[in-house]
Design a protein around this ligand. Structure first.
Ligand code: ATP
Length: 267
């Protein structure tokens, strides 16, 4: 099935589209097989969150937009899953906030970086960093810590979607302001982030762009407020509570034959 053959009225359209893009990414040599596993884990959390952007995630996306607009040197980090799922959306975000795009892989190979860079250019990117590989993230081995000296190494704000926990911690230790997009609120990466966005990448990236366009014309007080009113701990706790309460349960759900507290007569 090609992307255009997925019926748009299918109840699981977004999920099917996502799977299709990841599969195509693997076939094109831009997404690793490990990326398929990461996708599966993400889908499970998305299901539990109700496959929607929580209001707390929307607030994180607005804070992220304001932070990117205020940054001196923002960089969007792109790995194989991001390139497969949201290449055009990533290019649009970079344009909206004036950020660089850098291909940054868990296991760096020049070949895969080149393929991803070509794929991003096919989706409108002018300049893609990641091939110079002349910088490093201190504390990580060479394969995982290689970055561009004038890209992520020099950035003040980095957006790292679907990032591995070790690298998120190492970037934090470098003093970067980190914006992490990850559907698992218990994962180390969003827990390390200044701004954790607990949302699906395919919803989060366009929404950060929409907020950035809105905030670009807003007052500096409105931009400051978007940042100051956001609390990372509260956003993580909100996503976790949503999962614990159960995305399947509705307030009227009852287990047949079981007493609910409301049915118990006062003694
Ligand atoms: P950590 O070391 O931080 O615990 P991890 O081992 O959970 O990281 P990976 O196994 O590399 O990291 O998983 C990638 C992460 O990306 C998972 O937490 C998963 O929920 C998340 N993820 C996968 N697909 C998406 C998506 N489309 N949007 C947002 N997050 C996603």
């Amino acid at each position: 099935m090609t992307e255009t053959e997925i019926p748009e009225d299918h109840p699981r359209y977004a999920s099917l589209l996502t799977r299709h893009r990841i599969e195509a990414g693997v076939e094109k040599g831009i997404t690793s097989k490990q990326g398929l596993i990461a996708q599966g884990r993400g889908e499970a959390f998305d299901y539990l969150l109700g496959e929607r952007t929580l209001p707390s995630a929307d607030a994180a996306e607005r804070a992220a937009a304001a932070t990117l607009l205020r940054a001196n040197h923002p960089v969007l980090s792109v790995n194989g899953n991001v390139a497969a799922l949201a290449p055009g959306e990533t290019v649009e975000l970079a344009e909206a906030v004036g950020a660089d795009i850098e291909v940054n892989l868990f296991n760096h190979t020049d070949e895969r970086v080149r393929r991803i860079a070509d794929h991003l250019r096919e989706h409108g990117a002018d300049d893609v960093k990641g091939l110079a590989a002349d910088g490093d993230i201190p504390g990580l081995d060479h394969a995982r810590g290689t970055v561009d000296a004038d890209g992520i190494e020099a950035a003040d704000v980095v957006v790292v979607p679907l990032e591995d926990g070790d690298r998120a911690e190492a970037l934090d230790a470098m003093g970067k302001t980190e914006i992490v997009i990850d559907l698992n609120p218990g994962s180390r990466s969003p827990r390390t982030a200044d701004i954790p966005i607990i949302d699906n990448l395919i919803r989060a990236v366009p929404n950060v762009t929409a907020h950035a366009r809105d905030l670009a014309d807003a007052s500096s007080a409105a931009r400051r407020d978007a940042i100051d009113s956001f609390a990372a701990d509260a956003a993580l706790a909100d996503a976790e509570a949503t999962i614990r309460e159960g995305a399947f349960a509705t307030p009227d759900d009852e287990i047949p034959g079981e007493e609910t507290p409301g049915d118990t007569p006062p003694r």
